[in-house]
Design a protein around this ligand. Structure first.
Ligand code: RIB
Ligand code: CA
Length: 319
């Protein structure tokens, strides 16, 4: 029997796609459902991408519930680019380079589904948000006991020394800062934050990408396609310390679920800046315990890059 029951809340996206495949194919994970949110692309595309990825690897029985199309408060954030509803035109490359599934979302009530699933859960189910935190914050707002019911929350988001959206903020948190702030304040009992500081320590190189593709499996080949796209875009916009490499942020969260030692963490208090202009969406990690507040999260600062790639090689070799 799988050791970890898991729900992934995602904005699929190339790195979300790798995370979904790793979770859906790992024998120790039972991915019981996927919820989607706007983010890397409009909700219509993140939902279609999630379904297409699962279908590609033969996991079409995993339900996908569409969630929030916009941030909780900021109706014009992040920008119009993220809210286009046209499903045919693809001006920003928001669809993944894999066959588009005709399967529809199981529902468009992801927040209700999350609440009901945790209300009725008889076993622990880890919740892993790897996109903007809008669905999770909406569930917290709608059901006061939601945070209490979730045994473990693993968040890909934030950055202490490494930003990627503004000089100070990471995308998932920046895209809905009020949602992120409320999630960190909600009292979830076990929070792991995997920020850019850790994901940038687990870069995947072009050579490793080719080796994943050479596995010849649907997951291996798709990972090569997705990560190559990431490497090309990082080479163009933000060169990494290792030439021809890219972080695959979201998949590191899945790796950390099954192999906790793959990351190195410290416990700190984390809050989200919602009022600053320069610092909007910054995760303020109290690394030197200056704020007088108890730690509310384990924060990952480092990762074992080789083990991360080896894990993907092992899991994607099989399907
Ligand atoms: O900042 C990286 C995060 O933003 C990843 O989850 C990526 O998929 C996007 O959602
Ligand atoms: Ca994501």
């Amino acid at each position: 029997m799988a050791k970890h029951k898991l729900i992934i809340d995602c904005d699929t996206g190339t790195d979300d796609a790798v995370a979904l495949m790793l979770a859906a194919l790992h024998p120790e994970i039972d991915l019981i459902g996927v919820t989607t949110v706007f983010g890397n692309a409009p909700l219509t595309a993140t939902t279609a991408n999630s379904i297409s990825v699962l279908d590609l690897i033969g996991r079409s029985s995993i339900p996908v519930h569409a969630g929030m199309p916009r941030p909780l408060v900021r109706k014009t954030m992040p920008s119009e680019r993220f809210f286009k509803t046209d499903t045919t035109a693809d001006p920003h490359g928001t669809y993944l380079d894999i066959p588009r599934s005709s399967r529809q979302a199981t529902s468009n009530r992801a927040v209700d589904w999350l609440i009901e699933t945790y209300r009725n859960a008889t076993e622990p189910i880890t919740l892993m948000p790897i996109g903007p935190l809008t669905n999770i914050a909406a569930a917290v707002a709608q059901e006061p006991k939601f945070a209490e019911w979730v045994p473990r929350l693993i968040i890909m988001g934030g950055g202490h020394e490494v930003p990627n959206m503004t000089p100070s903020a990471e995308f998932n948190v920046w895209a809905d800062p009020e949602a992120a702030a409320s999630v960190f304040e909600a009292g979830f009992k076990d929070v792991l934050m995997v920020p850019l500081d850790a994901t940038h320590r687990a870069l995947v190189t072009a050579e490793q990408c080719a080796a994943l593709g050479a596995l010849g499996t649907p997951a291996g080949k798709a990972t090569e396609t997705f990560v190559t796209r990431r490497i090309n875009s990082y080479e163009e916009m933000q060169k990494m310390d290792i030439p021809n490499s890219a972080p695959v942020h979201d998949a590191l969260c899945v790796a950390a679920l099954v192999e906790p030692d793959i990351i190195t963490t410290r416990r700190h208090h984390v809050a989200v800046e919602t009022t600053g202009t320069l610092t909007l969406g910054r995760t303020v990690v109290d690394t030197h315990f200056r704020g007088g507040k108890e730690p509310n999260a384990a924060v990952a600062f480092d990762a074992n890059a080789q083990r991360f790639v080896d894990l993907m090689m092992e899991i994607f070799a099989k399907s």
